[in-house]
Design a protein around this ligand. Structure first.
Ligand code: GLU
Length: 370
């Protein structure tokens, strides 16, 4: 059966740790493995880091750039070189590719989110493997994906992928960092991310000097992807042909099961496209009504308002201790909510001097967090 597969490879797998040069053998294997999957009828997207790393190499820099403008300039140099290498290798196997550079803001507006979805789907229909990276040259610091683990999870959610493979430099997730702790236990399967807390998984984020991701970002990527119904695997980048074996049912790497999700396309955009501009703290009654009874959020249940936002912005809905329980699109600005929080809906007209929506976040615009 044809599956939509997103594969993420990071700078630590793409470059040689000792010299910083490209790990050509690994890249060639990834290209070969993905081309094979495509020929088998699967729809494949590659999320590849490396723009900054390759740019540094091209310019003879020995350290990752420190200033934002330098990093953005270096990424512009590296992204083109990176694509050239991919194109040479994929062309040898007659596999067309495309470059898709995304910024976080491309997903915030519903029309642009839908547009990105359609473009990906069109590319996949054409038999092309899109190669995605963050548009590092133009992204602004306040609105960034930050790391490509997160980017790949959001892309997997956007395109309604079946699988997300996070390729890294360890063979799977361990209960502790196996490079430092001899007692680290391998974890093969995770049915729910919260199991990891119970297993006492220490997900220390040491990362590498070039890439920005560590296990923490991989687990948080798995949380995003599995919430959108995408099965997620953390596996070793050196053996990309294992992807095919995993699709055939072999247990390799760490597999995160998709959550039984009833997210529709609009809800996926609310959960994964929008960037929350504020937080609403709710009382216990409102938390229960939203989590268990499928209710909308009313002003009466709000105890505190954090951040500055306008009506129709996204906000996080939090329980009394600040844990996010849902997010959604708000019908009032933060200024208005400061005035009406804790009040019954019938009082809104009197307090504000005009009539507003009955709900603060309507159920149709609200998505529960997992
Ligand atoms: N987008 C960055 C690059 O291509 C990498 C981000 C990451 O390491 O996750 O260099």
């Amino acid at each position: 059966m044809s599956q939509t597969i997103v594969v993420k490879i990071g700078t630590s797998s793409l470059t040689q740790p000792d010299t910083g040069y490209l790990a050509l053998a690994t890249i060639a294997q990834v290209v070969d493995a993905l081309s094979r999957l495509q020929r088998q009828g699967h729809q494949v997207i590659l999320v590849s880091s490396g723009a900054v790393g390759v740019g540094c190499m091209r310019l003879g820099l020995t350290e990752r750039p420190r200033t934002i403008s330098m990093k953005q300039a270096v990424a512009a140099v590296g992204q083109g070189r990176l694509m050239r290498i991919y194109d040479d290798l994929f062309t040898a196997l007659q596999q067309p590719i495309a470059q898709v550079l995304l910024t976080r803001s491309d997903l915030v507006q519903r029309s642009r989110y839908v547009n990105a979805y359609r473009t990906f789907r069109q590319l996949l229909k054409l038999g092309v493997i899109p190669i995605v990276n963050e548009n590092d040259t133009l992204a602004v610091e306040e609105l960034k994906f930050g790391d490509n683990d997160t980017l790949s999870a959001l892309v997997a959610s956007l395109v309604e992928a079946d699988w997300l493979f996070l390729l890294t430099d360890v063979d799977r997730l361990y209960s502790a960092d196996p490079r430092y702790d001899p007692n680290a236990q391998p974890i093969e399967r995770v049915n729910q991310i919260d199991e990891l807390t119970a297993l006492n998984v220490e997900v220390g984020d040491r990362g590498t000097s070039w890439g920005t991701g560590g296990m923490v970002t991989k687990i948080s990527a798995a949380r995003i992807a599995t919430a959108a119904g995408v099965r997620t695997v953390i596996m070793e980048g050196k053996s990309p042909h294992n992807i095919e074996k995993i699709l055939q049912g072999e247990s390799i790497g760490t597999r995160f099961e998709p959550q039984p999700s009833s997210f529709n396309a609009r809800q996926r955009w609310i959960a994964h496209g929008l960037v929350p501009a504020g937080k609403l703290y709710l009382d216990a009654g409102a938390v229960k009504a939203i989590q268990q009874s499928g209710k909308s959020l009313l002003a009466a249940g709000i105890t505190e308002v954090e951040g500055e936002f306008q009506s129709q912005d996204a906000v996080q809905l939090c329980d009394p201790i600040g844990q996010e329980i849902a997010r959604g699109i708000v019908n009032y600005s933060s200024l208005e909510l400061q005035k009406i929080r804790g009040h019954h809906s019938e009082e809104i007209l009197q307090i504000l001097g005009y009539d507003g929506a009955e709900t603060v976040v309507h159920r149709d615009n609200l998505v529960l967090s997992i």
